[in-house]
Write a protein that binds this ligand. Sequence first.
Ligand SMILES: C[S@@+](CC[C@H](N)C(=O)[O-])C[C@H]1O[C@@H](n2cnc3c(N)ncnc32)[C@H](O)[C@@H]1O
Length: 210
Amino acid sequence: MLDLGCGEGYCARNYVKRGAASVHGVDISSEMIKLARTASDDAKLSFQCASIDQFSAEKAAHASRYDLATAVFVSNYLDSEQVQTLVEVAHSSIKSGGEFVLLHPHPHLPYLRQTTDSGLRFDVNTESSYFDAIGSSHVGHILDLEGKTIEVRLVHHTLEELFSNFLKSGFVITEFRELRLEPSTAAAWPVLKDVSSSNPMHIMIAGRKK
Ligand SMILES: C[S@@+](CC[C@H](N)C(=O)[O-])C[C@H]1O[C@@H](n2cnc3c(N)ncnc32)[C@H](O)[C@@H]1O
């Protein structure tokens, strides 16, 4: 498996726990890669410090190498050109018949009605609209489980843009889901009830290489 934007390796370690024969993680942050390497010495895991653009520049070296690729909450840090590169490099790195799964915050999140006590709020410029804000970086704040405020960033990409990234790269879209928090997580995180009980928080797009 290939995990693009792997961070400190949380997903990669879980993929191995769930049976992956090997996982290669790629992330731009040397800090994250260092944490990933120290968190586990499992020989099934390997990590590389590279940006998506750098990894893509070497795409001939890893063409058709993986059965499955994932990108979990990294596209929300990338501009439109970089998201297209991410989807293209996932496509070129997997074998024919392989799948790519992308997780992204739901693009409607910054446009939800927000009350002052919302546990997740975005400071969206009132002139900005869903359709014209592609590529804008929305800054938001989320209250974590300990009540600490954390800044989050969401580079805005519409559903139409993300779907077209998949189709342009040659994927057949096999599954699309709008995800909400697990009931047990939602119960433990009541300040997020605005976004967790009645609205999706994340999206998942899965595509298969023909
Ligand atoms: C929110 S974290 C997600 C980490 C991991 N996928 C997870 O779900 O635990 C986003 C990660 O994307 C990485 N990232 C941001 N821009 C990147 C880029 N241009 N190329 C590669 N990684 C990038 C960051 O360093 C960070 O580790």
